[in-house]
Design a binder for this molecule. Structure first.
Ligand code: SF4
Ligand code: SF4
Length: 314
């Protein structure tokens, strides 16, 4: 059977209709050795902390064709979670104030596949929403979405980094592929700017990269056990995740609010006062964060971040 060539314009138009703000395509090829070796050096230095899943499947990270037999195309997509002018809850990273992005984005990618697939399904495709070992920032750069900034996130020119990234791997070849905006994936559009490094309150971000073990985002979400003494006083401003480096980026200035209703903070979250946080019961926690990414920190973790004894309210 003759395989239909993928219509890149149709794919981009339909993806944008589904709320993806930036979409690019690249041929599925091996990731260059220097990109992989930088990642391996970062792991060898132990900068991933306890996120041991990042050490797994290095061979698959090198080559998307090992994740999907016969893959010919990588599609990189970005969906904004910027709250725009709307209200937000202080202390929780923007990305975590709405519904869990894994679920929302997966459903939309499945819808996209139904529209663009000749058979109306996910045959010959793999959907990756943080669930597969993909070098996603590299692919976003390769597909022409932006560059990797000194904040170690993808920066989209004039819009910053408040985006979820995801990928589609497809066995179909596309009629047209995108080219990177810059020759080099790293810092290409940052120029002399170092605002994100200056904004980081713990020194987790430096010229040599991100040390997750010092990052408030990692410490408040991924890390189990005690928190370092010197970060505790910082947590009244960020008890679940941290946006300081993201918000410091001048490219964020013109970003618009997300068109995706599910990523806006729920009314019950917005109503929470500092006193309410201090009294949060396990039942309220479950109700408040039903369908939210915050569940990852667990009730005890959230209370630890809030400086409370996990056992005192149970
Ligand atoms: S998320 Fe916060 S702590 Fe982590 S690197 Fe950015 S500014 Fe630093
Ligand atoms: S704040 Fe400046 S250095 Fe950091 S990512 Fe943005 S442009 Fe680059």
């Amino acid at each position: 059977m003759k395989v239909q060539i993928l219509d890149s314009r149709q794919l981009k138009a339909e993806a944008k209709r589904l709320g993806f703000s930036h979409v690019g395509l690249a041929p599925a090829e091996r990731v260059p050795d220097d990109v992989v070796s930088d990642y391996e050096e970062w792991l060898e230095a132990g900068r991933q902390g306890e996120m041991h899943y990042m050490e797994n499947h290095l061979e698959l990270r090198r080559d998307p064709r090992l994740l999907l037999d016969g893959a010919r195309t990588v599609v990189s997509l970005a969906m904004s979670y910027h709250p725009g002018e709307g209200p937000t809850q202080k202390g929780i990273a923007w990305y975590a104030q709405g519904r869990d992005y894994h679920e929302v984005i997966r459903q939309r990618l499945q819808q996209l596949m139904k529209i663009i697939s000749p058979l109306g399904g996910t045959e010959g495709a793999r959907i990756c929403v943080d669930t597969a070992p993909v070098m996603e920032k590299y692919w976003a750069w390769r597909c022409g979405l932006g560059w990797i900034g000194r904040n170690r996130q993808l920066v989209i020119p004039g819009e910053g980094s408040a985006f979820f990234l995801c990928e589609l791997l497809l066995t179909r070849e596309a009629d047209c592929y995108d080219t990177p905006l810059f020759d080099n994936p790293m810092f290409a559009g940052c120029g002399n700017c170092r605002r994100c490094l200056e904004a980081c309150p713990t020194g987790a971000l430096s010229e040599s990269g991100l040390d997750a073990r010092r990052c408030l985002s990692y410490l408040t979400i991924e890390h189990r056990g005690e928190l370092p003494d010197d970060v505790r006083p910082l947590l009244s401003e960020c008890f679940y995740g941290c946006d300081r480096c993201l918000r410091a980026c001048p490219h964020l200035a013109k970003a618009k609010g997300t068109p995706v209703e599910e990523f806006r903070p729920s009314p019950s979250l917005l109503e929470m006062t500092p006193e309410d946080w201090q009294r949060l019961s396990p039942e309220q926690y479950r109700e408040l964060f039903r369908g939210s990414a915050v569940k990852r920190a667990k009730y005890e973790g959230l209370r630890r971040n809030l400086g409370l004894d996990a056992s005192s309210s149970e």
